[in-house]
Design a protein around this ligand. Structure first.
Ligand SMILES: [Zn+2]
Length: 244
């Protein structure tokens, strides 16, 4: 096989490895960002739950005080009844007492509603706080793991870069530029096998001339369908169709 071609096959392999490691490496800050914003949103949820709970707890206390006032007012009015002189005054105070009763009973209903609500919101708040604590512990562990992973990946990125450099010494510069264009445009596959008479990547039927050239392996052969570099693997049967 033409050393130019075998260098390209090697390049394909080390470049793929390099890109894969780089992708993993670049994924880390994204994951970190995701974790931090998730924790933020959990904190915000816990804060909202706490605000709701406190607001209704305060409202419950206010209503309870109003009810207490209403009840002592009723006691006062009832005592007044005994000292009233005219029937008119008596009737007027009696209707005041009835109005107070209606108001007090509305307050009692409202207080019962609020007590239910406050209990529910207390449970929600506890759950939210528990979830936050648990997730914070879990994410803290993951964040620590990410630091380790970032360190090891950064070493691997460097190593992969060095390997690519080493292979690049064997590749013609113009060929490399062409290769890289195809590699980037064709999802990281710049080389395709020609065994079977079809391009192993785009599956187009190759002309007899291209097949012959690929078999000879002395020139760079480009697929007319997808522009990938073609090669013939002589370790396989001639007619065995292969796809990468
Ligand atoms: Zn092709």
């Amino acid at each position: 096989m033409d050393p130019k071609l075998s260098a390209l096959i090697e390049l394909q392999s080390v470049l793929s490895t390099q890109r894969e490691i780089e992708r993993e490496y670049e994924e880390i800050p994204r994951r970190r960002e995701q974790i931090l914003s998730y924790i933020q949103s959990l904190k915000a949820e816990a804060k909202t739950a706490e605000e709701q709970f406190k607001k209704h707890e305060v409202e419950q206390k206010t209503r309870e005080m109003e009810l207490q006032e209403g009840q002592s007012m009723r006691v006062k009015k009832e005592a007044q009844l005994l000292s009233l002189k005219t029937n008119k005054e008596y009737q007027a105070t009696l209707s005041e007492i009835e109005a107070l009763d209606r108001k007090n009973s509305r307050l009692e209903e409202k207080i019962i509603e609020l007590m239910d609500l406050v209990e529910k919101e207390r449970t929600i708040l506890k759950d939210k706080q528990k979830e936050l604590t648990e997730k914070e512990t879990e994410f803290h562990r993951e964040l620590e793991g990410l630091i380790e992973r970032e360190k090891s990946l950064s070493e691997r990125v460097e190593k992969a870069g060095a390997e690519v450099k080493l292979v690049l010494n064997k590749v013609d510069k113009n060929l490399y530029r062409r290769f890289l264009r195809v590699f980037d445009r064709k999802q990281g596959v710049a080389i395709a096998i020609a065994n079977g008479g079809h391009c192993g990547a785009c599956n187009i039927r190759l002309t007899a001339r291209l097949i012959q050239l690929a078999k000879r392996g002395q020139d760079i052969v480009i697929c007319e369908g997808c522009s990938r570099f073609l090669y013939w693997d002589h370790s396989l049967d001639d007619d065995q169709p292969v796809s990468l």
